[in-house]
Design a protein around this ligand. Structure first.
Ligand code: K7E
Ligand code: CUA
Length: 619
């Protein structure tokens, strides 16, 4: 017996050694101040390594779409590998894909070449991700739509009048009827009016906007706007199932204060969650109600009973998140140790019974005690909540730097896991739909705390992958991400069906050509059109002449129909760098200056890629 015991012990030791070798290859240096690598710790890490290891050639199970914050971009990762797969430029030019250099994307960006993007919102059908579009907000009063068929930004709407600091955005309603906007900074409206700061409480206004989304094309247009008291509107979420038809926004600074807000806006015990009846807003706007401000019709809540109610919430709330069945609305006061759960049925009863404690500019304030179901003691600094499939909720705790797992209905906190370091948002697999998957959760942390090779003062952020498939949460992986993920969404990979070439028959560009014989220069006064073909390994024409001062438009078509065969057009000494995907046509327009200017293909495309070049001669 003792021999067997020692033999199994020997095998166990060998096993641990093999695992330790495996782990040490994956993580060459132990984290500074990290956990001591005991034998038990090592085997946990080996399990984690196995769970996140996606073998060469294998595919990830989920897409993670993460906001790039003030980089103005969207980052795409695979989960569980946490590998960065691509960057989708949205509000910022991106030479890698030629975004912001060709005529069309340049026009879409307009004068603003930066944007602070916070909250991606995947399009939904019946409250579930449908894999069609991805919306994202920009603080400059804009929302962008990315088409998930080709992962390209197709539309940027805004800056929308009257909205200042579009933070509470781009949340969508359960059938993507609307993507919403809410102003973080109240201002005197219409924009462009200047009023002294002393009149902030009365003359400054917040604005909530519904951006209508066409159900077929995804095209966004202005829907309606609601005039709000001068609070700072922060985060939003749309009601679903039980609470469908409403959208919720947290607000801070209900003190209507100015100056040092960290002091002046934290006087009251409670701020509010604004509950907007978007179906009533839609109906009222259709009936022509509202007043014209800044060129758009704005609805005033005191004139439209039932349009907006205010739910008192723990002071300075950040996130508001609606449970999968829509019955509960979770709001977290970030200066508290609890998160508050409101019961939508109780809210409706309170509305019916006019169970109000007062009003703000004619908007009824519901009685806190009548509408809340629980104050869940999650821990300090609760920010955002996501949901799992079994009635569990996961709340990020900024001050505690942890995630709390708790149960809807019993309100019991069942587990906690530390994050490294200072978690902001978190995202669970399909964790804000009517049908969460559980399985994985990613903590989007604000600081990385030296858990990586140093890259100087501008440190990456850390995103940590957590296993939520079992009772206890387990840390699986540290990924380091560029500044700065706020929110992200995780969608099952099989819901996304991207194309890899643009089919020739779909290319309706008026300047597209498909034969090198059609390539060449045509002149109309001082306007010159150069039709160009890109195909391995020639840019045709290989040279052309124009005159100094001409307005030159190059229309380039990549006539390839092969996956991955992209070509670029870089023109030296001009700020021109465009990329054409297989089957795509793009134009770029510029004024010709005298000299000889080589142009070349920027995307490595074949053995003779380097030969893919030509000359523009300007006389
Ligand atoms: Cu950083 Cu949603 Cu803009 Cu929270 S937000 S953390
Ligand atoms: Cu085409 Cu390189």
């Amino acid at each position: 017996m003792s021999w067997i015991r020692s033999r199994s012990a020997l095998w166990a030791t060998i096993g641990v050694l093999v695992l330790a070798l495996f782990v040490s290859r994956c993580a060459p240096s132990a984290p500074k101040g990290g956990a001591k690598q005991s034998a038990a710790g090592t085997s946990d890490m080996a399990v984690a390594a196995q769970k996140t290891y996606v073998a060469p050639g294998d595919l990830d199970e989920y897409y993670l779409f993460s906001s790039g914050g003030h980089s103005g971009q969207m980052y795409v990762y695979g989960v569980p590998s946490m590998r960065h797969l691509s960057t989708i430029p949205v509000f910022t030019p991106y030479p890698g894909t030629g975004y912001g250099f060709d005529d069309e994307s340049k026009k879409m960006l307009g004068d603003l070449t930066w944007g602070d993007a916070h909250h991606p919102a995947l399009s939904e059908t019946k409250g579930d991700y449908d894999g069609r579009w991805l919306f994202i907000n920009d603080m400059n009063g804009r929302i962008a739509r990315i088409d998930l068929r080709d992962f390209k930004t197709k539309q940027i709407i805004g800056p929308i009048p009257n909205v200042s600091g579009n933070h509470g955005s781009a949340f969508v309603t359960p059938d993507t009827n609307y993507s919403v906007m809410a102003s973080r900074f109240s201002i005197p409206i219409p924009k462009g009016t200047a009023v002294e700061i002393g009149k902030y409480a009365t003359d400054y206004k917040g604005v909530i906007t519904g951006i209508k989304v066409d159900p077929k094309s995804g095209e966004m247009s202005f829907g309606w706007q609601v005039l709000m008291p001068p609070f700072d509107y922060d985060l939003g979420d749309a009601g679903k199932l039980a609470s469908d038809g409403f959208v919720f926004f947290t607000s801070y600074n209900t003190e209507r204060a100015t100056g040092k807000l960290e002091v002046t806006s934290t006087q009251r015990d409670r701020d509010y969650i604004a509950m907007v009846d978007w179906k009533l807003a839609e109906k009222s706007a259709a009936e022509g109600k509202g007043t014209l401000i800044g060129g758009v019709k704005v609805l005033t809540p005191k004139d439209i009973p039932g349009l907006v109610y205010l739910l008192p919430c723990g002071k300075s709330p950040h996130g508001v998140d609606v449970a999968p069945d829509g019955k509960w609305i979770v709001g977290s006061g970030k200066l508290q140790g609890v998160t508050t759960v409101f019961n939508f049925e109780k809210i409706q009863t309170a509305v019916k019974n006019k169970d109000f404690t007062g009003d703000e500019d004619g908007i009824p304030v519901l009685k806190y005690e009548s509408i809340k179901d629980a104050e869940v003691p999650v821990g300090l600094g609760p920010l955002h909540t996501q949901f799992g499939p079994d009635g569990y909720a996961y709340t990020s705790l900024f001050v505690d730097s942890a995630i709390a797992k708790w149960k809807l209905g019993t309100w019991e906190v069942v587990d906690k896991i530390p994050m490294s370091y200072s978690i902001g948002h978190l995202t669970a697999a399909e964790g804000d739909t009517v049908n969460p998957d559980g399985k994985y959760l990613v903590g989007l942390n604000k600081l990385s705390h030296g858990r990586h090779l140093s890259v100087g003062p501008s440190q990456p952020e850390s995103s940590q992958l957590v296993d939520i498939s079992e009772e206890k949460m387990k840390l699986l992986y540290d990924a380091f991400t560029e500044p700065e993920p706020h929110y992200a969404q995780m969608v099952k990979a099989d819901k996304i069906h991207p194309i890899e070439v643009y089919p020739k028959e779909e290319n309706k560009h008026p300047m597209a050509i498909w034969d090198v014989k059609d390539a060449g220069v045509t002149r109309n006064g001082n306007k010159v059109l150069v039709k160009m073909v890109a195909v391995r390994s020639t840019l045709t024409p290989t040279d052309f002449e124009v005159k100094e001062g001409d307005e030159v438009t190059i229309a380039i078509t990549n006539i390839e129909q092969t996956t991955d065969e992209l070509h670029g057009l870089g023109i030296l000494d001009y700020n021109i760098n465009i990329v054409v995907d297989p089957g795509e046509t793009k134009t770029v327009t510029f004024k010709a200056k005298k000299g000889v200017f080589p142009y070349y293909c920027t995307n490595f495309c074949s053995a003779l890629h380097q030969e893919m070049q030509g000359y523009m001669i300007v006389r």
